[in-house]
Design a binder for this molecule. Structure first.
Ligand SMILES: CCCCCCCCCC(=O)SCCNC(=O)CCNC(=O)[C@H](O)C(C)(C)COP(=O)(O)OP(=O)(O)OC[C@H]1O[C@@H](n2cnc3c(N)ncnc32)[C@H](O)[C@@H]1OP(=O)(O)O
Length: 228
């Protein structure tokens, strides 16, 4: 399973894009991130905004008319990398090529996984603070990777979060996580999130190893959907 899924904890400087498509997408995704962050804080005139909307719609149309690839399995089937290589590009929290990802950078040292991220204005919940749903999303992705150190990764079954302090925007956030124990198909993982050395949230996750290979999930999920 680990070989299939790729080691999510490659050294940070070795996470080069697997193909030219990802190299180009990373740059475009960062441009979109910068654009949306600027939008959140921009007080440009209505005319400037209208002009930019028009320009963006034209850029979107260009992408829509390009050859398309859908989903993680689609990219691996198209030869754009292994499951793990594709994951580090498209993951909604860690994906370098996914503009909605902050992105979260993760690595491992010994038995502990670490991550860092900086959440900008797009993620504001309480004034000046990270939205709690995004704190949960960070933990889901990060603990979901940390459980790989146990060798039997699974799907998130339960995620329990204690929000101890508001988590500030626009500062480096440090996460750490470790495996508490494993029981059968279950891996119990704990983690914490710190800002400026203060723990702002703690999390416990129970991950359940599925009985089928993860690469078959898409087909299994599609079969469960009602015809429509
Ligand atoms: C495989 C690697 C994948 C890559 C990881 C990426 C990380 C990203 C993290 C995510 O976002 S995952 C997406 C969010 N999670 C889901 O969509 C999971 C949806 N739920 C399921 O697919 C199933 O409910 C699940 C696989 C979690 C469990 O179904 P099973 O039918 O395999 O469980 P089963 O009923 O056989 O129970 C097995 C054991 O797990 C326990 N269990 C089941 N569901 C649980 C749950 N939800 N929470 C805690 N424990 C649970 C259950 O009590 C039992 O314990 P015991 O062996 O001690 O009896």
């Amino acid at each position: 399973m680990l070989e299939d899924l790729h080691n999510p904890f490659l050294p940070l400087d070795e996470r080069t894009p697997a193909t030219p498509l990802w190299e180009a997408k990373r740059e475009l995704a960062q441009a979109v991130r910068d654009y949306t962050e600027a939008l959140m804080t921009s007080a440009a005139t209505p005319k400037q905004m209208a002009d930019m909307s028009q320009w963006l719609r034209e850029a979107t149309a260009q992408l829509e008319q390009s050859p398309r690839i859908y989903g993680r399995n689609g990219y691996t089937e198209a030869g754009e990398g292994t499951f793990g290589e594709v994951f580090q590009e498209v993951g909604p929290l860690c994906g370098h090529s996914n503009p909605i990802a902050p992105p979260l950078e993760m690595w491992a040292e010994g038995d502990t996984a670490y991550a860092r991220v900086n959440m900008g204005w797009r993620y504001e919940g309480p004034p000046g603070c990270v939205h709690g749903g995004f704190v949960a999303a960070l933990f889901d992705e990060f603990l979901g990777m940390a459980q790989f150190m146990g060798g039997h990764p699974g799907m998130t079954g339960t995620l329990s979060i204690k929000y101890r302090r508001p988590t500030p925007l626009n500062v480096p956030l440090e996460l750490s996580a470790w495996i508490e124990r494993s029981e059968g198909r279950k891996t119990f993982v704990k983690g914490k999130l710190e800002a400026n050395g203060v723990v702002t949230a703690e999390c416990e996750g129970i991950f359940i190893r599925p009985t089928q290979p993860v690469t078959e999930l898409r087909d299994a999920v599609m079969k469960e959907q009602p015809e429509g």
